[in-house]
Design a binder for this molecule. Sequence first.
Ligand SMILES: [Zn+2]
Length: 177
Amino acid sequence: MNHCIELTAAICQTVPESGPRHPNPKSIAERFWALVHKGGECWTWAGATNNRGYGKLNGGPALRFAVVLAHRVSFAIHNGWTPGELEVCHRCDNPSCVNPDHLFIGTHTENLHDARRKGRIVREENHPRAKLTKRKVTAIRKAIGGGMPRKSIAVEYGVSESTIGDIAQGRTWRGPR
Ligand SMILES: [Zn+2]
């Protein structure tokens, strides 16, 4: 899994509304803080999550309404730089947590080692597409057909954009029967 949604320098910037299709010009930081619950050790994400339990939010006009992962936004806000291609991992093993003290940068490989050490063995780690069931592929096809941006679909299903591209072109799956 390598979410490469670039948050850009727009993290704390509000882009003016450009028309009726942009009713909510809030900055990403504002969108983020509105959905954080600082209850205990972990800051629980109160917004929507993707199917792997990671918080997600709409990046708003600054990111052309792309969906971004909440823990990555938290990292960017608190550290002042965007993780880009780097993986943001959880010390607390709680994917919906956005407490910056619980987040660290790791490579994809480190993340897998970390998961293995914590007992979340991913047997199909060398076959990333194996984590997609036929049901999910069907849903992804629908999303593609519905015109949802591939970046957003990739975030939603925790796979790479190239996997989405493969599905769109029927390279990976001949189609659920
Ligand atoms: Zn935590």
